[in-house]
Design a protein. Structure first.
Length: 291
């Protein structure tokens, strides 16, 4: 059943064999045994992978909770009864440092209980789908089969610049105008511009036309704006201190600030594992109170 779930989740006999550290013929043999036992076909082999049948969808819904719970018990203890694998948690770096680690500080004190990964949301969600992470906090909504997500927090976002750059914007000219001087270059942490696109469509009702300067994460974006590299869309909580000090200037104050949703994501069936359930519950409790 564990082999069946790996094939179901990865969509591939080959990927399942690598994840389970067994040969692909062994995976094929086990799936055939299940098909004979249940009297129905579970997967249709295709050039791009293995497509589950409706019988496989039904079996996965019923099996993944019990199988994952038992798998956790087996992997939790080594021969001497010592807990084996830590919780693997991923989030964008600013959320990890400012929001998440204070909530899970007690787990961080014991390296055997928590491993953290900071990356962009799409990368983290791919790692979650592959089984490399247990929980992900993401700024993009997961759309991968086998991944469940709950809204965690709504973030306001703000278009900001340094005072020097703000003064260079001609009076009456909107910051979204693509004819702005080069000094108003857009700075982002992703070439796919999810946060910027959302802001532009919400405020300017058009797509972004500028070619951005791309830096590693939102804190690097903030540093670039402080250094007058250009303008940026950032979560408001990251800008608040700079705005209060006068080192950052909000370029617009929309009547209804654009809001993006942060999601708490897990693989289907894993939220019942004790470590995952504890962290999941704690993050939901605190996340919905973040300002």
């Amino acid at each position: 059943m564990r082999t069946f779930l790996e094939v179901y989740r990865t969509g591939s006999f080959g990927r399942a064999s690598r994840r389970l550290h067994i040969s692909q013929p062994a995976v094929t043999h086990q799936i055939r045994m299940l098909e004979e036992r249940f009297g129905t076909r579970l997967f249709i082999r295709q050039a791009t992978g293995s497509r589950p049948t409706s019988a496989a969808d039904s079996l996965a819904r019923d099996a993944e909770g019990p199988v994952d719970a038992l798998d956790f018990v087996v992997r939790r203890y080594s021969a001497d009864g010592v807990p084996a694998r830590p919780l693997r948690l991923g989030a964008p770096s600013d959320l990890m440092s400012d929001r998440i680690l204070p909530v899970l500080a007690d787990m961080l004190r014991d390296p055997a209980r928590l491993r953290i990964t900071s990356e962009l949301s799409d990368t983290l969600l791919a790692q979650l789908a592959e089984g490399e992470l247990d929980i992900v906090v993401a700024r993009t909504r997961p759309r991968t089969k086998g991944i469940s997500a709950l809204p965690l927090h709504d973030e306001e976002c703000c278009l900001v610049a340094s005072p020097e750059v703000a003064r260079a914007i001609p009076q009456g000219r909107a910051p979204g105008d693509t004819s702005l001087p080069g000094s108003q270059r857009l700075v982002t942490c992703s070439e796919y511009l999810p946060l910027v696109d959302h802001y532009w469509w919400s405020v300017f009702h058009t797509a972004v036309a500028a070619t951005p300067a791309v830096v590693p994460d939102h804190r690097a974006v903030l540093a670039a704006v402080d250094a007058s590299v250009g303008i940026a869309v950032l979560p408001t909580y990251l800008c608040a201190e700079g705005v209060a000090r006068g080192t950052l200037v909000p370029l617009l104050r929309p009547e209804i600030p654009p809001i993006t949703t942060t999601y708490l994501a897990t693989r289907d069936g894993t939220a019942t594992r004790p470590q995952v359930a504890a962290a999941h519950s704690r993050l939901l409790k605190h996340g919905r109170g973040w300002t």
